[in-house]
Design a protein around this ligand. Structure first.
Ligand code: NAD
Length: 499
């Protein structure tokens, strides 16, 4: 990668013109490794011009031809996955293996987009009236944009762009300014796969670039993933500019642990779901609701040695289980939540704050922490921490635990661990979250289903990728047709009916 990451517009790298740039860090060493240009509204306009010019030609391709580009893209991503994963790990901090897993989840969306000829099929009714046929079709919107967060620099752009473009749209990506390099490789690989210039563009930047996207009349729809405060702003501003918007926000995912659960499976599940990627996943389990004091005592006892033994280190070390946090600002924020939890009266059963790694003294490393006896009025329960900090809440019975999950302002995912079918079924049917797991800690739907939360975890009407992605990126047209042979003579001034 070059020292400065610039925009990618109309099939070419385009140096930034705004004069503003941001630093990109390697969080394992706490040093700036390169910089990224920040676009302003006029650079966004250049990308919109390119995407608008490319749209008619791209949309006119039969879906099968667009699918063939996705087939080649799948192969290219697979061939390059090792280098791509190292790039993600370098700027984000997660382990290379974890980065590889996230790219694989993105490749699965590309695979889903290969089926676009089938996904775009409409419905047809012969003879809705005598000699009259009716059918529906889904057509692309035009230029659409994606604004993505730091925590999945590969997977989330791949949740959006393959489906959007397979539907016939042209795309502008504004990746996170913290780890923007993957987006450039993505653009190059799309070109190598045969995507025409201007169909996929990248503009980098911060809120100036985002505001340039939200106010640009040439952009028809915006997909966003990030923090809830940003998601709410993006949704309302985008809608005020007459755009279609799906804005996915933050989360506080609960895992309810019933007394009949297999505690060894529960412990394994919490280790991965709570501390994987240093807790910087929107589907991370950050709250364990233990039903009964004996379940809570057992859980904390089992977790303590496991969390203490977590191998914390740079993401590039194959032995590392948990890498650093993404930035100093975020590190300080997570530290602040641990202080707040202590102040508010939670029991800090395991304190991960004191951790320095030889040779990585300036990295943003933190050990895993466990808070016990967390209550629903505490900030560490109410707010998203997005770090390796688990809150254990004690509930006297299932009803209290289930109500807690549903009453939380976030509604991304929730899981229950139990052997009891009735309890699991009740949880699945009544929980107020968009995704639910039964003995599955991170219930992220596969690419051919759709991903999304409820309440303050998603603003808008559509979830991402799968069938909901196709609906979001297309508009429906209903056609009623009759040929001259079926037309009766004479004008009819009444509303047409079947009769
Ligand atoms: P963020 O909201 O800070 O940034 C996301 C994007 O918005 C970035 O591209 C950023 O440049 C832009 N942005 C930031 N502040 C802005 C502002 N004031 N105005 C306009 N644009 C702005 O989020 P993040 O810290 O990069 O990502 C972490 C958050 O994303 C967490 O809250 C996490 O839960 C959430 N997330 C949610 C999902 C989901 O599917 N629901 C998935 C991944 C991450």
């Amino acid at each position: 990668m070059s020292d400065v990451i610039s925009h990618y517009i109309n099939g070419k790298i385009m140096a930034g013109a705004s004069g503003r740039r941001g630093d990109i860090y390697n969080p394992a060493i706490g040093e700036v490794i390169r910089q990224v240009d920040f676009a302003d509204a006029s650079e966004v306009q250049t990308a919109v011009d390119a995407a608008q010019a490319a749209f008619p030609g791209w949309a006119a391709n039969p879906p099968l031809r667009r699918a063939r580009v996705m087939f080649r893209m799948k192969e290219l991503l697979e061939r390059n996955i090792d280098a791509l994963a190292r790039l993600v790990s370098e700027e984000h901090g997660k382990t290379v293996e974890d980065a590889k897993g996230s790219i694989t989840r993105g490749i699965e969306v590309v695979e889903c987009a290969c089926g676009i000829p089938h996904l775009l099929k409409g419905e047809f009714t012969e003879d809705v009236g005598t000699g009259v046929d009716s059918y529906s079709m889904r057509q692309p919107l035009g230029v659409v944009a994606g604004i993505t967060p730091f925590n999945f620099p590969a997977m989330i752009p791949l949740w959006m762009s393959p489906i959007a473009m397979a539907c016939g749209n042209t795309f502008i990506l504004k990746p996170s300014e913290k780890d923007p390099s993957f987006a450039m490789r993505l653009a190059e690989l799309y070109k190598e796969a045969g995507l025409p210039d201007g169909v996929f563009n990248v503009v980098h930047g911060d809120k100036d670039a985002v505001n340039g996207i939200l106010s640009n009349p040439g952009i028809q729809a915006v997909s966003f993933v990030g923090a809830t405060a940003t998601a709410e702003y993006i949704y309302h501003t985008g809608v005020a500019h007459n755009k279609r918007v799906q804005a996915l926000g933050g989360a506080k995912n609960h895992m309810v642990i019933m007394p009949d659960a297999d505690m060894s499976q529960v412990t394994d599940a919490i280790m991965g779901a709570g501390y994987g990627s240093a807790g910087e996943r929107c589907m991370a389990i950050s709250v364990a609701v233990a039903v009964g004091d004996h379940v809570a005592d057992d859980l904390v006892k089992r977790l303590m040695p496991r969390v203490q033994a977590l191998k914390v280190g740079p993401g590039s070390d194959p032995d590392t289980e948990m890498g650093p946090l993404v930035s100093k600002v975020h590190y300080d924020k997570v530290m602040g939540y641990i202080d707040a939890g202590i102040r508010e009266g939670a029991e800090l059963a395991l304190d991960g704050r004191e951790l320095t790694l030889q040779g990585y003294e300036n990295g943003y490393f933190m050990g895993g922490s466990i808070f016990d006896r967390v209550t629903t009025d505490m900030s560490i329960y109410k707010e998203e921490i997005f770090g390796p900090v688990l809150s254990v809440v004690r509930a006297p019975d299932y009803g209290t635990a289930a109500k807690m999950v549903s009453d939380h302002e976030y509604g991304n995912g929730a899981a229950i661990f139990t052997r009891d079918g009735d309890t699991a079924r009740h949880f699945v049917n009544s929980t107020q979250t968009g995704m639910v797991g039964v003995n599955v800690p991170i219930p992220v739907p596969m690419a051919f289903h759709s991903f999304g939360g409820w309440k303050r975890s998603l603003f808008g009407d559509h979830h991402m990728h799968g069938p909901e992605g196709v609906r979001f990126y297309t508009k429906m047209k209903a056609v009623t047709s009759r040929w001259p042979g079926g037309i009766r003579e004479g004008a009819d001034f009444n509303i047409p009916t079947m009769g």
